[in-house]
Ligand binder design. Structure first.
Ligand code: SAM
Length: 219
């Protein structure tokens, strides 16, 4: 095994990395703070800070106009992606919680991108299945219930245009994926990772970004 480097991400190094990335803007910062204050038991679900500029970068990289997010919570990742869209771009945001996403709606309005975000409150599988079947999605971000990942993937892949990108969060599941006795979400992620890696329709790489991020490009 060639590991490449032995860099341990200390707090100091993490701060250094953030300082060399585009900073969160005031609306994003306030949204994170509000989420931690209002939902302390769930705030860990917010995507890592470095994922905001990364998602924006990827949306721009693929020239995305049609974006789908599965798992919106308080709207942090949706805000980052919507900001990177052109004015006529749309992001369909899937979640089941009116309460959590209400904070997103407020932030999206404040940031002036509410008109680009189409929030669908329903089980994501229903929302995905109701979308046009032809390949039209440029970028998708998968960050919802881990047990649903394979089913979401199977709905997304045929709808991705050639060269479109799916980003999948939490694919290392806090290290739980190497536990031979993994259960629950860790077991579901293990199964998903095997499924995605074996999918001949996509080129996939699993990266050690945040809690693990898979990037998969439609062939
Ligand atoms: C990890 S959080 C998403 C975090 C968000 N991407 C962010 O960066 O702030 C997962 C979200 O998935 C939603 N969720 C769980 N099961 C769902 C389902 N069946 N359909 C749609 N959303 C679901 C939860 O309500 C929760 O808001």
């Amino acid at each position: 095994m060639t590991k490449g480097n032995e860099t341990k991400i200390t707090d100091e190094l993490y701060a250094y990395m953030l300082a060399h990335n585009p900073p969160l803007d005031p609306v994003q910062r306030e949204l994170v703070e509000t989420t931690y204050a209002r939902f302390p038991d769930h705030a860990g679900m917010v995507s890592a800070e470095e994922q905001a500029p990364l998602l924006a970068f990827l949306v721009r990289l693929v020239g995305a106009r049609h974006v789908v997010e599965v798992g919106t919570f308080t709207g942090f990742s949706a805000l980052a992606m919507a900001r990177a869209l052109p004015a006529d771009g749309t992001l369909i945001a899937c979640d089941i919680s009116e309460e959590w996403t209400a904070y997103g709606r407020e932030a999206w309005a404040k940031a002036g991108v509410a008109d680009r975000i189409d929030l669908r409150i329903a089980p994501a599988l229903d929302t995905l299945r109701a979308m046009p079947a032809e390949p039209h999605i440029d970028f998708a971000y998968l960050d919802a219930d881990k047990g649903g990942y394979i089913a979401y993937w199977e709905e997304l892949v045929p709808r991705m245009r050639q060269g479109g990108l799916i980003a999948v969060d939490n694919v290392l599941f806090h290290g739980g994926v190497t536990d031979p006795g993994a259960t629950g979400s860790a077991a579901a992620i293990k199964e998903f990772n095997d499924h995605a890696a074996a999918d001949a329709r996509m080129d996939s790489v699993l990266l050690t970004v945040a809690d693990g991020l898979t990037l998969a490009r439609k062939k």
